[in-house]
Design a protein around this ligand. Structure first.
Ligand code: NAD
Length: 505
């Protein structure tokens, strides 16, 4: 076994501890199918210990009641360590989940930027509290203001497609707000989250403020989401698991914010620049090996440009550099796991059985750049897809693009909105007025105009319908972890006078 990072235990209360039941899970490199290290398999006992440690840290006030400026120093120190360790972290991310190394490096920059951004938000929180404006309640006797305070101990459950970035989207705002956290990363890609714990230790984050418990969903995720000691659960993952997490939290009358799956549509109109539109369509479908919640995996192209568009798309998709994801310049690596590989291949079979035609792809790539090992699936494009087909309706989470044509704007919008999901949508057209109309008409939380997928930590992220609720990132991401406290002060020199004073003797 040859791992770029050390073997680590669970990180609980500022210490590295072996999992109570002594279980460990193999970490498989999806490009080679070889195990290269192990992670601890935490269970409910470990989750309990982590919540206890986080509760002690929270109650001590050494984090939650310090100033935002104090917490910001730690967040900036974490960001700096991420930047210093970027190349190792990116390499281990690629070996763990299969994403191309150039993307993993980009992720690490985004992780650092996210911690820096929330350092600024933590500092701003001090001013928001000390200079909170009075709320006009219509009575001069009362001064009413609002304080924003840390919610408490939070459970953070994250997926494998952006292992460290999805964790950063939750850990950075939670810590900025003053919460103490228990992070449960995906068992399919936990290594960089354990490295985040090591960085927390290096920067001397107070013990218990951040705890990392690795393990499977049923063994570690389920007990965390059901833990009565939490103030909130923040979850990113599939809709099926999100439902379980939400119900478990609801049983404790605790909120759960949910960032779930999607089946987003990209609408290409007849006035679009074909070359540019084709590249965004590919980026929307094949970036992160197609394993991205906001993937625009449904492509609606105007019937007049469809023949030219598809001819270009086929040529470009077939020229994508599929190879070992550790090779710079790789643009498509393997899927994360054997299970995901078979799932995606079975969707391709379902597409064929339902009568869609393959424009390109449809199985293992034929390039000599990969050997016989690895969970690789070629960039795949189905045409002739109709709205009743499973490949049109269900989230595949692989490099599979389903294409349908449309005749009118109204038809395109109706087809785009005919989905149980509502995470994102995109429109490509030379007409600004049409872009505005379509942006307003799409039922989703994120709209891209003349592009697909760009994401910035300063702007809100999240969906509607079965894509979840709540927003991460930006100031909305911080609000997720804050409790709003009303402070009402009686400021009149007069007595309240509701009850008559006793008669004078
Ligand atoms: P998943 O639902 O299988 O797992 C997500 C996390 O939940 C993992 O840590 C897993 O161990 C844990 N888990 C599993 N069962 C659990 C249970 N019963 N109780 C508590 N936790 C449990 O999802 P995944 O396969 O890791 O990730 C892919 C999914 O995530 C896709 O649907 C994708 O669209 C979604 N996703 C959404 C966003 C977003 O921002 N909306 C971002 C990334 C991924």
């Amino acid at each position: 076994m040859d791992s770029p990072v050390p073997f680590r235990q669970l990180y609980i209360g500022g210490a590295w501890v072996a999992p109570t039941k002594g279980r460990y899970l193999d970490v498989i490199n999806p490009a080679t199918e070889q195990a290269f290290t192990m992670i601890p398999g935490g269970t409910s006992e470990d989750v309990d210990a982590a919540v206890t440690a986080a509760t002690a840290a929270f109650k001590s006030g050494d984090w939650s009641r310090m100033t935002g400026a104090y917490r910001a120093k730690f967040l900036r120190a974490i960001a700096q360590k991420i930047r210093e360790q970027k190349s190792v972290l990116a390499k281990v991310e690629t070996m763990d989940c299969g994403k191309p190394i150039d993307e993993a490096e980009w992720d690490m920059d985004d992780v650092a930027t996210c911690f820096e951004y929330y350092a600024g938000q933590a500092e701003a929180l001090d001013g928001r509290n000390s200079a909170a404006p009075a709320i006009d309640v219509g009575m001069a006797e009362f001064d009413v203001r609002v304080r924003r305070e840390a919610l408490g101990v939070v459970g953070l459950i994250t997926p494998w497609n952006y292992p460290l970035l999805m964790a950063a989207w939750k850990v950075a705002p939670a810590l900025a707000a003053g919460c103490c956290a228990v992070l449960k990363p995906s068992e399919l890609a936990s290594l960089t989250c354990l490295e985040l714990a090591a960085i927390a230790e290096e920067v001397q984050l107070p013990p218990g403020v951040l705890n990392v418990v690795t393990g499977t969903g049923p063994d570690a995720g389920a007990p965390l989401s059901a833990h009565p000691g939490l103030a909130k659960v923040a979850f990113t993952g599939s809709a099926a698991t999100g439902r379980r997490v939400s119900l478990a939290a609801a049983a404790n009358l605790r909120p759960a914010s949910l960032e779930l799956g999607g089946k987003s549509a990209l609408l290409v109109f007849e006035d679009a620049d074909v070359e540019k539109a084709v590249e965004w369509a590919m980026f929307g479908a094949f970036w992160t090996n197609g394993q991205i919640c906001s993937s625009t995996s449904r492509l609606l192209v105007h019937q007049d440009v469809a023949p030219t568009f598809l001819e270009h798309l086929k040529k470009r998709a077939e020229s994508i550099n599929v190879c070992d994801p550790l090779t710079p310049g790789c643009r498509l690596g393997p899927l994360v796991s054997e299970g995901q590989y078979h799932k995606v291949l079975s969707y391709i079979e379902a597409g064929k059985a339902d009568g869609a035609s393959l424009l390109t792809g449809g199985g293992r790539p034929s390039t000599p750049a990969i050997g016989t090992a690895g969970y690789f699936v070629a960039p795949t494009v189905f045409i002739g897809v109709t709205p009743s087909m499973r490949i049109w309706r269900e989230e595949i989470f692989g490099p599979v693009l389903s294409v349908a044509t449309f005749a009118t704007e109204a038809q395109a919008v109706e087809m785009a909105n005919d989905s149980e999901y509502g995470l994102a949508g995109a429109v490509i057209s030379a007409c600004p007025e049409r872009c505005r109309r379509v942006s307003e008409a799409l039922e989703c939380g994120i709209v891209w105009v003349n592009c697909s997928q760009p994401c910035f930590c300063y702007a809100p992220w999240g969906g509607i319908k079965n894509s979840g609720h709540g927003r991460e990132l930006g100031e909305w991401g911080l609000e997720n972890f804050l409790s709003v406290k009303q402070v009402t002060k009686y400021v009149s020199p007069d007595i309240w006078g509701w009850y008559s004073p006793p008669a004078q003797q």
